[in-house]
Ligand binder design. Structure first.
Ligand SMILES: Cc1cc2nc3c(=O)[nH]c(=O)nc-3n(C[C@H](O)[C@H](O)[C@H](O)COP(=O)(O)OP(=O)(O)OC[C@H]3O[C@@H](n4cnc5c(N)ncnc54)[C@H](O)[C@@H]3O)c2cc1C
Length: 140
């Protein structure tokens, strides 16, 4: 197994809600979704825990986007705890890992590039995403 000599930084893991600002098809098989919202700044979570502003330093930093289970309109969210999240008590959180493609702190915009591979929880969401749609994520 190859190893890396690159240092790794663990950020506190915050659950944030953001909105789609725009989408663009980079190629027929790749859709870029740009996300933004006040919770990319420092904020206080619903259960009263202070969250730092979103931060990402690594080219391969990943976030986990949270989706509703099929047939549900709202996602089951993980629970914010100090510095991290824990699974929901009610069941399995449906999430997918995505790489932070671009983070522009000045504009408060976060790009995620989705491979359009047909049918799948995340790829279907990206295909249908429109400006204003909300989504939660945690990480990086
Ligand atoms: C650290 C990490 C970072 C990642 N970053 C990205 C990213 O930036 N962009 C990105 O698009 N994905 C990324 N992925 C993959 C992503 O997490 C999902 O697994 C993937 O997009 C499929 O999710 P889905 O819900 O659409 O499909 P699922 O519902 O999980 O799968 C549905 C079907 O689609 C097939 N499938 C899944 N992915 C592909 C694919 N790429 N091509 C063809 N068939 C596929 C599955 O085998 C399955 O049969 C990353 C994964 C990891 C672990």
């Amino acid at each position: 197994m190859p190893k890396t000599s690159r240092g790794t930084t663990m950020h506190p893991i915050s659950l944030r809600e953001v909105n789609v600002v725009r989408t663009s098809d980079l190629t027929p098989g790749m859709r870029r979704v740009t996300l933004a919202g006040p919770q990319l700044d420092a904020f206080t979570s619903d259960n009263g825990l202070d969250q730092p502003a979103f931060r990402t330093d690594g080219f391969d930093d990943e976030i986990r986007l949270v989706f509703p289970h099929p047939g549900q309109s709202e996602p089951l969210l993980p629970v914010q705890i100090e510095g991290s999240v824990r699974p929901a008590d009610e069941g399995r959180v449906l999430s997918r890992a995505y790489t932070v493609r671009r983070w522009d702190p000045a504009r408060g915009e976060l790009d995620v590039d989705f491979v359009k591979h047909g049918t799948g929880v995340a790829t279907t969401w990206a295909e249908r995403a429109e400006p204003g749609d909300g989504i939660h994520f945690f990480g990086p």
